[in-house]
Ligand binder design. Structure first.
Ligand code: SF4
Length: 327
């Protein structure tokens, strides 16, 4: 592990001023991914700025928006009565992620910033365009069982590992970001990036900015929502495929619907075309099957992950069926 300076701050303003002075600094909160990256020499910050004491842990309802501070722990959010009642999809997704111990220290902002778990990215002996641009991609033609089937590029086929972010995409969250010029907002769906020609960039946060909070509008799908994660183990495993599904049913018809997938792309993958198809239709198995078929348009597999072409639509159908069956 490299030597680094450790700094601690208690305000967002001073945190931003510290990071602006040294572009080789990084914020640290829970550190559940960053420390691993540093141990392996993948991330080598000269300074770590500890932001755990910055007061950004709020979880509250403000008018029609649920506000979640960037430093709220994954456990605090998942266990909060407001989240369980109004945004159960988010609580379910959080509880599907990592282990209880990790969720206790991992923060909302850190969860958004975590990096792919592609094995080649973590092995500094192997080619990886994300770790070292221009070095190639070991996963194309290599071990790619966990990898993407949507939005891939010839530079990178990694997936974003978060469960929480899949639910937040489905829930139309907004990210509030602070920088030297004050705060600005970004739709959650625009926060993470596809790999394209710049796989080294996971998201659109600038190096001198920090996530301060999320704003999530209340919705009508809370009563019928389900986060379904398919994985190799029942706990502490990343998704092969996951689906966040929420529907509102009025007089047998779908009057609102949210669908997003995880484990299939470099960013949480919103299923907009499937949502459009389902709106106004009966919540029937036939329509769920058709929505799943629409969702698979453009899917492309890479050998070891061919099974996802069947697993993904089946997971969509099952998630919608489970969401519908909630009472
Ligand atoms: Fe690196 Fe992306 Fe290829 Fe994995 S898929 S080896 S992260 S470039």
């Amino acid at each position: 592990m490299i030597n680094f300076q450790y700094l601690r701050t208690t305000s967002a303003k001073s945190a931003l001023s510290m990071i602006a002075k040294d572009q080789n600094s990084k914020f640290i909160a829970g550190g559940t991914n960053l420390i691993d990256l540093m141990k392996r020499g993948i991330s080598t910050p000269g300074k770590l700025i500890d932001i755990n004491h910055v007061p950004l842990k709020q979880i509250e309802l403000h008018k029609e928006l649920v506000i979640i501070g960037a430093l709220a722990s994954n456990t605090a959010v998942a266990e909060h009565a407001l989240i369980k009642e109004k945004l159960p999809l988010l609580a379910m997704a959080l509880n599907a992620g990592a282990s209880a111990q990790l969720r206790n220290v991992a923060t909302v902002g850190g969860n958004m910033m975590q990096r792919t778990r592609c094995g080649y990215f973590y092995d500094t002996e192997m080619p990886c365009n994300k770790r070292q641009p221009g070095s190639g991609c070991g996963a194309v033609g290599g071990f790619n069982r966990m990898h993407a089937i949507f939005g891939t590029s010839d530079k990178c086929i990694a997936v974003h590992p978060s469960d929480m972010c899949v639910a937040l995409t489905a829930l139309d969250a907004t990210v509030v970001i602070a920088g030297s010029k004050g705060e600005h907002k970004m739709l959650f769906k625009d926060f993470h990036r596809l790999a394209g020609d710049t796989p080294q960039l996971d998201n659109n946060l600038k190096s001198d900015e920090m996530i301060v909070r999320l704003e999530i509008p209340l919705n009508n799908v809370a009563a019928h929502s389900h986060y379904l994660k398919v994985r190799d183990r029942a706990s502490y495993a990343f998704a092969l495929v996951s689906v966040a599904a929420g529907i509102e049913i009025t007089d047998q018809k779908i009057t609102d619907v949210r669908l997003a997938m995880g484990g299939v792309a470099h960013k949480p993958w919103r299923l907009t075309s499937s949502e459009k198809f389902l709106m106004g239709k009966e919540a029937s198995t036939e329509n769920f099957e058709q929505a799943a078929k629409i969702a698979m348009t453009g899917a492309k597999s890479f050998g070891e992950n061919d099974f996802k072409l069947l697993m993904a639509p089946n997971t969509i159908i099952e998630a919608l069926t489970l969401a519908k069956s909630k009472v």
